[in-house]
Design a binder for this molecule. Structure first.
Ligand code: M6R
Length: 608
């Protein structure tokens, strides 16, 4: 989703801004632009498409100056073209701004401004903001910005420069993250820390309704009500290798291969093996309330929502606490029944997903204890929850979530164990589960060794138009995740279903042109899954099975089998999802898709 960078200091701004935008590419975007102050004038270069297009344009038209801002746009209002690319300017051309988020009341503001004579040249909601500031400008730019921000409904991460105030960058935040990096006599602005860490590790975040005025002499922070606030910098620990490909062709493949380590990192220091007990520091203070919860409501989006489904299976089976799983985007608008005895758990890799954040706030408003299972340290969801557990998966850059998913499921298993051992889980079962959890990383490694085999047979399926993924029990959410992975990076239509549901509708789709991926691991419902496989086979469907090592029988049904090591039924998703990630990856690469930055998608979805 849109990204913002800014620089004010003694170095040329344009190369720093360009480098910063490259670091933000992973968020997803369709155009990019840079604006730099030079001797009281603001010069702009913007281009549609990849950053390399902007880079070429900057080669032809270099921008000189020490203060500037830049942006990658992910279109919401108006198609991705050069006109709609940021920055946008007011009618005088003096106020130049970049904006992340959505101005929800843009239509009424547009009407009001047109009546006052403003003329708009783009289809964006952002342009309204530039004109609104112009409308309120009376020789005090800061005041005009604050006034404009009071008039807008919606979300913004905003950066403004202007010849009215040529030595300043104004930034403001509501709903869309802004982090400020403090160097020696220089300041940096960004949507997340990745563009900053080359230059400084000292940062602070703006909260909603806060703004910062950056000048060569320092940064002033205040609320948009003009109340001064003190911000303390914190030190970010961030290894630069985390945002390099490290020899892999794509970030997604690197992240798939990191999973033995990231799953271990999610467990590190949290398991007392001899007692079969889990300790989660982040939950210590609220542990009693969690154990006694009337019900747990998970809220999340996309892959994180699918992880939540696995959490539901785990917690209901082992903790006997009722669980609901809600799409965050639905939760807040349907007045859910939640009270102080309930616990709302938001799951989010980025910690910035607008829908998830809004759902969390709704849970909080209703009095529930709110927890977060988050990857991004210091993100908004991590900061706003009452307590939480970091998954410690490290920076995930590929838009398709892989390692974050397995780390989320690992943490959900840990939370389950923590609660269940406080309730009625025996120490024998506790020990068996933690022992098996600790073996998962090496079992993932065994699956990764089959990468070449998976790539070879992926070739046969690369030109398919549809795929069905079927699983039951703990493998049902994995079927959903397999389908989501394939569709988002290869653009092949794919659906995930509970295997037995197939006969209630999707079976009509089965013919020789429909590959069906079955999650058919050995467990209590294995025989039922075999019956579902027979139903597909009888109708000519082609079958790929994810099966348990040693299951020879499955070969008589399947065109291809990928074996995974045996594990406890409840932990199966941690293994069965791995071949599906690899299958999607290889199919997408063979189709020539941009695996790390699939079309239309954003890594961090900060608009509703
Ligand atoms: O950062 P979050 O976990 O809150 O993101 C939620 C979804 O946007 C995300 O999982 C999305 O579905 C991924 N592209 C899936 O691969």
């Amino acid at each position: 989703m849109c990204g913002i960078v800014g620089y004010l200091g003694k170095q040329e701004a344009a190369p720093i801004l360009l480098g910063g935008l490259k670091r933000l590419e992973y968020r997803g975007y369709d155009s990019a632009g840079i604006a730099v102050m030079n001797g009281g004038d603001v010069n702009v270069v913007k281009e549609v498409g990849k950053i390399r297009n902007l880079e070429s344009a900057l080669d032809t038209t270099p921008l000189k100056g020490f203060i500037g801002i830049g942006h990658t746009r992910w279109a919401t209002h108006g198609e991705p073209n050069k006109t709609n690319a940021h920055p946008h300017v007011d009618g005088t051309g003096n106020i130049v701004l970049f904006h992340n988020g959505i101005i929800e009341n843009y239509a009424s503001l547009n009407k009001m401004l047109q009546e006052k004579g403003h003329v708009f040249i783009t289809e964006t909601d952002t342009e309204i903001l530039a004109h609104l500031i112009e409308e309120f400008y009376e020789k005090d730019l800061e005041k005009a910005i604050r006034h404009a921000l009071h008039e807008v409904d919606g979300t913004y991460g905003l950066a403004v420069i202007s010849k009215y105030d040529p030595n300043k960058i104004y930034v403001a935040r509501k709903g869309s993250p802004i982090v400020i990096g403090v160097g020696k006599d220089e300041y940096f602005v960004a949507s997340d820390v990745t563009p900053l860490v080359n230059y400084t590790r000292d940062v602070f975040y703006l909260e909603d309704y806060e703004m910062a005025i950056i000048t060569p002499k320092g940064v002033t922070t205040k609320t948009i009500e003009n109340k001064k606030i003190e911000k303390k910098t914190e030190r970010v620990t961030f290894e630069l290798e985390a945002i390099e490909k490290g020899g892999f062709d794509h970030f997604m493949l690197k992240e798939i291969y990191q999973q033995p380590d990231t799953i271990m990192d999610a467990m590190r220091g949290r398991i007392l093996k001899d007692e079969g007990i889990v300790k989660l520091g982040g939950l210590e203070k609220i542990e009693d309330r969690l154990v006694k919860a009337n019900k747990i409501v998970f809220t999340a989006s996309g892959t994180s929502w699918i992880a939540a489904l696995i959490g539901e299976y785990l917690i209901e089976e082992f903790c006997r606490i009722p669980v609901e799983v809600e799409y965050a985007s639905e939760f807040r608008y349907r007045n859910p029944i939640i009270d102080e005895d309930d616990v709302v758990i938001a799951i989010s890799q980025s910690g910035e997903t607008a829908d998830t954040l809004a759902a969390l706030r709704e849970g909080k408003r209703k009095g529930a204890l709110t927890l977060g299972i988050v990857n991004s340290v210091g993100s908004t969801i991590a900061r706003e929850t009452d307590a939480g557990v970091y998954i410690h998966a490290g920076h995930e850059i590929g838009v398709a979530s892989t390692k974050a998913f397995t780390s989320q499921v690992t943490v959900l298993a840990l939370i389950t164990l923590m609660i269940a051992r406080r309730k009625n889980m025996s120490s024998e079962l506790g020990k068996a589960m933690v022992n098996e959890l600790l073996k998962i990383p090496e079992k993932v490694q065994i699956i990764l060794h089959q990468n070449d085999y998976i790539r070879d047979f992926a070739r046969r399926y690369k030109d398919e138009r549809n795929f069905l993924y079927l699983g039951r029990g703990y493998n049902f959410p994995v079927a959903l995740e397999g389908a989501l992975k394939l569709k988002e990076i290869s653009y092949i239509h794919a659906e995930g279903y509970a295997a037995a549901e197939m006969k209630h509708g999707p079976i009509a789709l089965i013919d020789k042109d429909m590959p069906v991926v079955f999650l058919a691991t050995k467990d209590v419902i294995y025989d039922k899954v075999i019956s579902n496989i027979e139903e597909v086979k009888a109708r000519g469907g082609r079958i790929i099975c994810i099966a348990t090592q040693g299951d020879e029988k499955i070969q008589q049904y399947a065109d291809h089998v990928i074996y995974i090591p045996d594990t406890l039924r409840a932990l199966t998703p941690l293994l069965s999802v791995i071949p599906l990630q690899l299958l999607s990856y290889h199919v997408a690469v063979m189709r020539g898709c941009d695996v790390d930055m699939p079309r239309n998608l954003a890594k961090s979805v900060t608009v509703e």
